[in-house]
Design a protein around this ligand. Structure first.
Ligand code: FMN
Length: 210
């Protein structure tokens, strides 16, 4: 089947995209409004993009009907700060509770029962239950499309990593302790327990011509 996106409803193309780009890691993003209201929401259009300096990005959509921006986007744009918290299996239901379309005045820490803990370098709190919490300063926002179902890419520099001592050794994270979950299409998720190893090809340098 050949599908031309411009000939279809963006909602169908969304389904196609989230079923095709799998599995996706999940950022549980905490932010603060300029008035100091806490916000927490998951984003699976998320990845690491640079390690020097360490940078992450996630994309917040503009709501399909109204084109309205999400609270996370407004908060990060206004304050320049956020925290990316990892999501382990044990946190799946609480993470999902934070994803409801609550009004901006609602504090999703309260809704989900997740525990806020003060950050060191930024104002938004971290999520105590997350085994890795990354304090971020906004580097740039790229508005990819401001149509309904469009989105904006938020790029942040990690200014501090907080890692649970039980899951790290010499900077290596133990995936069997982290037990991260990923997002698939629809309402599906995946665990990260079934893995395999592949060494990269060892390519010797081509001898230079004499
Ligand atoms: C696992 C998961 C991943 C999600 N990923 C995204 C995403 O990448 N981009 C997005 O705009 N919304 C995503 N959502 C929906 C938002 O979390 C939801 O719209 C939320 O209400 C936004 O909250 P806010 O308005 O407080 O920022 C996701 C929801 C779930 C459950």
């Amino acid at each position: 089947m050949t599908i031309h996106p411009s000939a279809h409803d963006p909602r169908d193309i969304y389904k196609l995209l989230i079923g095709s780009v799998v599995p996706r890691p999940i950022a549980l993003v905490s932010s603060l409004s300029p008035e100091g209201i806490r916000n927490l929401a998951p984003f699976s259009f998320f990845n690491a993009i640079c390690s020097n300096p360490p940078c992450l990005c996630f994309s917040t959509g503009f709501r399909p009907g109204s084109g309205q921006a999400k609270d996370t986007y407004e908060n990060v744009r206004a304050t320049g700060e956020f925290v990316v918290n990892t999501v382990s299996e044990s946190m799946a239901e609480a993470m999902n509770l934070t994803s409801g379309d609550y009004p901006a005045e609602v504090d999703e820490f309260v809704v989900s029962g997740l525990t806020p803990v003060a950050s060191v370098f930024v104002r938004p709190p971290r999520v105590a239950e997350s085994l890795i919490q990354m304090e971020c300063r906004l580097q740039q926002i790229v508005v990819v499309s401001n149509r309904p179902s469009g989105g904006a890419l938020v790029i942040g520099e990690v200014v501090c990593f907080h890692v649970d001592d039980r899951i790290i050794e010499q900077f290596r994270i133990d995936p069997d302790q982290l037990l991260a979950i990923g997002r698939m299409g629809g309402n599906s998720y995946t665990r990260t327990r079934d893995r395999f190893e592949l060494a990269r090809p060892n390519v010797s340098p081509t001898p230079s011509p004499k």
